[in-house]
Design a protein around this ligand. Structure first.
Ligand code: NAD
Ligand code: ZN
Length: 239
């Protein structure tokens, strides 16, 4: 089934970073790290209580220094090296795919290491010690505005959707890894890929919501399963 020319789109979610020590989203009843999603992951939450939201993301941002990519992240870089065309779309806001060495990568829900100015739209990696405290950070471009997390909150538009739709329309294989299938539009990628004839593969600890659409499902931990699967895919090239 696999050759170097096979066009592959991969969607990853919080599950691929779980073995690196970053908690998933829906581990317990709509609470994320003991916070209500509406309080810390919506524009209304930011408007209502910016300090709470800021402290929440500052903690997540500082955590990036304590974690590293796991064998699941690394396996995907091996697959990308082998294939001519692979797009990795991640819902994760951590930088573990980047640090593992993935290249053609879209962070559909934003990136923890970046901050954004709502006044002048400046976006940049801001991870110095003085950017990581409980004090708000002012914009390096227009100086009077306060930076916000460069995160796509609920009710906001995911990033680079048209590029993703184009890749989904052309892919031969679609693989979803460590994602529960609850958060749209990402949860709809599987149905789009399936509809246009892609072979759809799922890798997840628990069967996700849209489980029945997969042509092939591998249940277990991504860090344990993916290295072996990638090895097989790379070595099953037809003569
Ligand atoms: P989710 O928490 O809803 O689902 C995670 C899925 O991963 C679950 O189905 C679970 O069974 C599975 N899983 C857990 N451990 C796994 C492992 N070791 N290997 C394979 N699968 C495993 O997460 P989601 O679907 O990504 O959607 C939630 C949202 O949460 C996204 O919008 C994302 O931006 C945000 N988020 C990101 C991070 C991060 O950046 N690491 C962490 C938490 C939440
Ligand atoms: Zn600015």
């Amino acid at each position: 089934m696999w050759t170097k020319e096979t066009k592959v789109v991969i969607l990853t979610g919080a599950g691929i970073s779980a073995e690196s020590g970053i908690r998933t989203f829906r581990a317990s009843d709509g609470l994320w790290e003991e916070h209500r999603i509406e309080d810390v992951a919506t524009p209304m939450g930011w408007e209502r209580n910016p300090q709470l939201v800021w402290d929440f993301y500052q903690e997540r941002r500082r955590q990036l220094f304590e974690v590293g990519p796991n064998p699941g992240h690394v396996a995907l870089t091996k697959l990308e090296e082998y294939l001519d065309e692979m797009l990795l779309v991640t819902q994760n806001v951590d930088n573990l795919h980047d640090r593992a060495g993935s290249k053609n990568l879209i962070h559909i829900h934003g990136e923890l290491e970046k901050l954004r100015c709502e006044e002048c739209d400046y976006v940049g990696i801001m991870m110095e010690d003085h950017d990581l405290t409980s004090s708000f950070v002012s914009c390096p471009e227009c100086s009077n505005a306060v930076m916000r997390p460069h995160i796509v909150w609920f009710h906001e538009m995911p990033m680079r959707m048209s590029e993703i739709e184009k890749a989904l329309n052309q892919c031969d294989v679609f693989i979803a890894i460590g994602t529960s299938g609850h958060v749209y539009p990402a949860a709809g990628f599987l149905a789009s890929a399936k509809q246009q004839g892609s072979h759809c593969i799922g890798i997840n600890l628990d069967p996700p919501l849209n489980f029945d659409l997969f042509d092939e499902f591998h249940q277990g931990k991504a860090g344990e399963i993916l290295p072996e699967l990638v090895h097989q895919w790379i070595n099953t090239e037809q003569p």
